[in-house]
Design a protein around this ligand. Structure first.
Ligand SMILES: C[S@@+](CC[C@H](N)C(=O)[O-])C[C@H]1O[C@@H](n2cnc3c(N)ncnc32)[C@H](O)[C@@H]1O
Length: 321
């Protein structure tokens, strides 16, 4: 036993120094110690393998390898598209179509394209020779756009820090994008707009909502939802419901002639159950984040509604002559 003890490495000798015979020598503290160490190594190795696999599939890994998972779900984007289509102001689309009809092969840059709903809504109303550049930075949106429209028409750019995708644009178009951005970012964006470009900004959320029939907590939940909107993101402090008016002011100051129309989603939960459900859940989650008691928020969310209206602004701005 002593001979073996001398030949062992440092780790084993830790246990050898404590070696005792148990029950007549067939089972020793030494062998118990070795067993424990082996088990620890086995668990350690398992942990490294499992956590490595998790890490390589985790959202963080997606950010490292593919860009940023910005957070909009494809479900939300596709559910809202139908309401967006109905709400878009037709007179502004008519004006846009007429004015770009005078240009040859106009380039429309769709910023924050998502899956390309704006293109699907507008293309039938615009001249046939329009070309498209669709910009997003969420890997799942970029992949979806490339699948639908091919790689050449899609630009993966982080618009929070890059304006190069605006180069050569005849129309800078967007749906439901500007309420994400900050006042400072809007200043830079307007400064980078090609001077002769038309700006079409549809469905910018304006913070007005009505839920019918009303619930006693509606005003509180709406207030919390608005407050939750004003958080820091990559663009700076998010403008939320103030974005459309800020954008109109900045475009006017830079010489654009701005037309705006208020546009409304009108959602009947009995028909558009999934969209109403997601919208309700966004509000409930925001209210809880802002400090509402979870059971009060659940009671608010489960209150049956016949109609939910959500206000937006559509904007069309023409450059100085
Ligand atoms: C509310 S969604 C609107 C999508 C689309 N316009 C529509 O109507 O379905 C906002 C879009 O902006 C994109 N976006 C957000 N931050 C971005 C960034 N920093 N760079 C590029 N795209 C961004 C999101 O990935 C998302 O597709």
């Amino acid at each position: 036993m002593v001979g073996r003890q001398r030949t062992r490495n440092g780790l084993d000798s830790l246990f050898l120094s404590k070696q005792r015979s148990l029950g007549g020598g067939s089972f020793s503290l030494y062998s118990l110690g070795r067993g424990v160490v082996c088990l620890l190594f086995a668990f350690g190795a398992l942990y490294v393998v499992v956590s490595g696999a998790w890490w390589s599939r985790s959202p963080q890994a997606a950010l490292r390898s593919k860009g940023r998972n910005i957070g909009y779900s494809l479900d939300w984007i596709s559910l809202r598209a139908k309401q967006d289509l109905m709400a878009r102001d037709k007179s502004l689309i008519g004006m846009l179509s007429k004015s770009i009809g005078t240009k040859s092969k106009p380039l429309v840059v769709d910023v924050g394209s998502g899956t390309g709903a704006l293109r699907r809504a507008l293309a039938p109303k615009l001249p046939r020779d329009v070309s498209w550049r669709m910009v997003d930075h969420d890997p799942k949106m970029v992949a979806d756009l490339q699948r639908r429209y091919g790689k050449d028409q899609v630009v993966d750019a982080d618009m929070a820090h890059d304006f190069s995708y605006l180069d050569g644009a005849d129309v800078v178009a967007a749906t439901a994008f500007y309420d994400l951005v900050s006042d400072n970012w809007l200043d830079s964006f307007v400064a980078h707009l090609p001077k002769k470009s038309i700006v079409y900004a549809a469905l910018t959320y304006n913070g007005k909502e009505t839920w019918e029939p009303s619930h006693p907590q509606d005003a509180r939940v709406m207030d919390m939802f608005q407050r939750n909107h004003h958080h820091l993101n990559d663009f700076g402090m998010r403008l939320g419901g103030k974005a459309a008016s800020a954008m109109a002011e900045k475009l006017k100051a830079a010489g654009w002639r701005v037309h705006t129309k208020e546009t409304w989603w009108a959602i009947q939960p009995s028909i558009e159950h999934d969209l109403a459900g997601m919208l309700t859940e966004f509000h409930r989650g925001a209210a809880v984040k802002q400090g509402m008691d979870a059971s009060a928020a659940r009671a608010w969310a489960s209150f049956p509604r016949d109609m939910i209206r959500v206000g937006h602004v559509d904007m069309l701005a023409f450059p100085a002559e």
